[in-house]
Ligand binder design. Sequence first.
Ligand SMILES: *Cc1c(COP(=O)(O)O)cnc(C)c1O
Length: 415
Amino acid sequence: MSNQWDFETRSIHSGFNQDEKTGATVLPIYETASFAYDTAEDLADAFQGRKFGYLYSRIANPTVTAFEQRINALENGRGAVATASGMAAIATIIYALATPGDEIVSSMSLFGGTFQLFQEIFQTFGIKVNYVDPTDILAFERAISPRTSLLFLETIGNPKLDVPNVSKIAELAKLHNIPLVVDSSLTTPYLFEAKKFGVNVVIHSTSKYISGSGHTIGGVLVDLGNYDWFNCRSKLIKEVTAKAGDFAFLARARRQILQNTGSCLSPFNAYLQHLGLETLALRMEKHCSNALTLAQFLAGHPRVDQVIYPGLPEHSDFAVAESQFNGKFGGLLTIRLQTLERCFQFIRRVKIAKNLANLGDAKTLLIHPASTIYYNCSEAEQAAAGVYPDLIRVSVGIESIHDIIKDFDQALAEV
Ligand SMILES: *Cc1c(COP(=O)(O)O)cnc(C)c1O
């Protein structure tokens, strides 16, 4: 499908147009573990890579491929690998690029699950993670060493809502020939054009805005085609270039990591998330406009101590966010209500907003991060991630903004 088309057109027509045999316009779900061949020679050719062919759904599946191709078209990438979850996408990238003795320079403002993955798995496997303030370019520079195998950050820190200047960090990454890996789950390809800002590999938790209704868990990584894997620090990737050339990173991700760890996306989840992509642009517009209106309302509310939203001019990263995300600021905001007790009261009193761990749902969602996602982090680790006992994270849904405001207002009146 043409890369010349606008985002909305690509999100509906790329990767799958219609079924060649039946004319079905909705992506078929290939619920099959394996794929049969007429002759032993044909199967051997497919296994040994002499001919393209599906083998086993842990490695690739036609429904999942269509989803990967659609995401890849939206990111203008070289190729994509879908995974069982956002966490699996991040783990796949680290396994692909780093080996024991290597280092990662990562933003300290991270989604709780990513921080736990780094601490509980990769650090124990001998991969050291150096955490830095993502808005401090010099801190990145200082943390880079000859053993650094990737830089990692989130487009908008979840839940700190700080916004790193991605092109500045990309310049630094390029200077040191280190791949820049960015988690764009909060911004999606609609708000953040990762390739334009110099990102080399972008990941999404597709459980969030891409699925759009909180129905399935999934993830994806996209090689944006702007990193020279022939000159990569990783010996393992260099080895793969002998066979796969420019596709070495994707080949290692799929045929060495996904295939061996089994972290593949199920065809049914790929089907639902592929469908989600068709309405992504429309939904993101509404998430962003609702979040901005709610943030402005809460900023003027006497019972709210502080509102953090990158779309408020008083936010320290407002200008970076405005230029990086096409004048939009995403669907997440946080509020501080002075005490944990008041947060719990507020969560009890709201009627529309649901209290749960997800984000990026059509429904408005709330969570108290300190007692949930970050409950086993130290106070210092919590503060580094922007988590405080009196903070609530709000994922603003696409309901009527009048109703959301009414609901928040009545609940605040009671705290
Ligand atoms: C949710 C989330 C993840 C993890 O994704 P899962 O699909 O839940 O595994 C990673 N990064 C960010 C920013 C997230 O919000």
